[in-house]
Every structure is written in C-alpha cells, then in structure tokens.
Design a protein around this ligand. Structure first.
Ligand code: GLY
Length: 310
C-alpha cells in the first residue's frame, strides 16, 4: 500500500479567477499549466513510491518540483515581503521517529525543503535554523544549490500580486506513505505577499503546519499563517485522531466548520487506511492525490483516476 497527496496552495484562484487572470496577464492556458504541473508532480511521487522508494524521497521530489515551478508561491515563484525582498521557509517531519527539520528567512537557497531535510537528518542539535546568512552557510556545507536572491523574482508572481494580492496563496506541500509504512510530510512557501520584515509563518513550524507519525498520519497545511499558528491546526487534527480514536476524515470534518472561512487548506494521509484527505475553506486548493491500497478500490467504483488533480 502507498499513497501520496500534494497541494499547491489554498486561496481564491477559482477556475473563474484563473480565466480572468489569463485575460489580464496574457498568459495563456493557466488552468492547464496548473493541471499539468500538479499531474507531473504526482507522477514523480508515484514513481518513487511504486518502486518501493521512501516517503521522504517522494516528498522531497514533489516539493522540489513545485519549488522550481514559477506557478507556486514557493521557491522560484515566491512572493516578496514589504521590502520587496524574498524570505522563504520550509519544514519536514518523518513519521518513523518524529524527527523534523525547519528553516526560515531564506533568500539564497534554491530548494528550502532540501535544506529542511538536511537539518532533520543531521546529527546536529539545532533543528530550526533561520536567517539569510545562516541558511546560506548551511546549504553550502550540505552541498545544496544556492542562488542569487534575484532568482526568486518571477514575472508571473509579480503580475499576480499586482492584480490581486490575495491570489498569492500558493504554499506547496506533500504527504507520502511508502510501502514500508513510513509517512513523511513537508511544506514550503515564499510566505504572504508584503509580509512584515522578519515575519516567519506557519510553514516553518513543525506540528503546526507539518506533521507526521507512522501510527497516526501525516498532514501539510496551507493558508493564512498567523491563523494556522493560533489554532495549531495540524496537531489539533492529530490529537483528535489519537485521543478519540477517529479517522483523519472525521477529525477534519469536526474541525473545519469551526475555522474561520477563507483561511485554510489541509492535506493528509490516515496511517491506518492510507486514505488521503484534501479539505479547504477557501475558494480552491490546488491539489492531487494517489491511493494504492486494497481498501481503496472504491476509487475505481467512483471512477476516480489513479492520479487525480483538482
Ligand atoms: N501559509 C503561508 C504563510 O502564511 O506564510
């Protein structure tokens, strides 16, 4: 059994909004571009999982792929802060032992998720590293690709934010369950457009937006950082599952109506069944999933393709 679920951010980029955007920016086939990117991303992850690769590899490949794509507000397509500077962040958690790595205020590391993974896997004590210089130095130490801050400036994100700054949600995340029963979750973002200098959001904070436990499940969040931190949403879902012995689907159903509208997107995998969840209270969340388990043959009955994109 394996499963994978990805998000490319929750927000108000409905199909109608994308159509308008196409007219205003002159960028054609935007809807198709998102669809293709999400599908390619799922295919990358599935290739890893199908060949008995690790959940960690699947998450790293999926998130790096989205970080390298200007369509998403992470890596290449990041939004700038109020000083027109880029400050990216990411976190990852391994459900096998609860280990995590997190990094924030990045402006020279091409793939923040790879740095988060190196921090997680290293023997060093510090697991949450922030700051332009510290993260750059660490990336060099781990032989990760570094870039000039200019790399993160994309025409698409600038156009998008000029038209409507609320379109800028676009955090990316992935949760994978591999054939060995390991769950890994990761999240990466450029952060809110025009965010305050020095601001760190939810994406960098394990247990808040990124969570994994092989016995319970894995989660990645997208949405308004300050609200997600205030509500400790990832851990709230996990705690409900743990203490009430309920499924992830049920836990999310309980919590979502209690959350303020237009704030949150959630993806996750329930460890017991391998079932993926994808819920949001914004207009849309770019998302895709793959489920491969006996108990999920329902998917076929419901005519849902192996890799489904929304
Ligand atoms: N969830 C992304 C952010 O608030 O920065």
């Amino acid at each position: 059994m394996y499963s994978l679920v990805i998000h490319g951010g929750a927000g108000d980029l409905s199909k109608k909004a994308i159509k308008e955007l196409t007219e205003k920016t002159g960028i054609t086939d935007l809807e198709k571009r998102y669809e293709t990117a999400l599908k390619e991303c799922c295919e990358l992850g599935e290739k890893v999982l199908k060949n008995n690769g690790s959940a960690k590899d699947a998450v790293l490949q999926c998130i790096s792929f989205m970080e390298n794509n200007y369509l998403f507000n992470a890596g290449k397509g990041s939004s700038a802060n109020c000083k027109k500077k880029f400050r990216l962040e990411a976190s990852i958690m391994n459900g096998k032992d609860g280990s995590y790595g997190a990094c924030a205020l990045i402006n020279k590391v091409k793939n923040p998720i790879k740095l988060a993974e190196k921090i997680m896997s290293s023997k060093k004590v510090a697991k949450f590293i922030g700051g332009s210089h510290a993260t750059y130095k660490l990336a060099k130490e781990y032989d990760l690709e570094t870039v000039s801050p200019r790399y993160f400036r994309s025409k698409y994100r600038t156009k998008l934010n000029n038209i409507n700054k609320h379109h800028n949600y676009g955090t990316v995340g992935a949760v994978a369950l591999d054939t060995f029963g390991n769950i890994v979750a990761g999240t990466s973002t450029g952060g809110l457009f025009e965010k305050e200098k020095g601001r760190i959001g939810d994406t960098a904070i394990p247990n808040i937006s990124t969570f994994a436990d092989n016995k319970i499940g894995g989660i990645s969040l997208t949405g308004k950082g300050e609200y997600i931190i205030k509500k400790a949403i990832a851990y709230d879902i996990i705690a409900r599952m743990k203490y009430k012995n309920i499924s992830m689907e049920k836990a999310i159903k309980e919590i979502l109506p209690q959350l303020e509208k237009n704030n949150v997107g959630i993806i996750g995998i329930d460890a017991k069944t391998g079932k993926t969840s994808m819920n949001f209270n914004t207009k849309r969340m770019f998302r895709g999933n793959i489920e491969n388990s006996k108990s999920l043959n329902n998917r076929k009955k419901q005519n849902i393709p192996n890799i489904a994109i929304w």
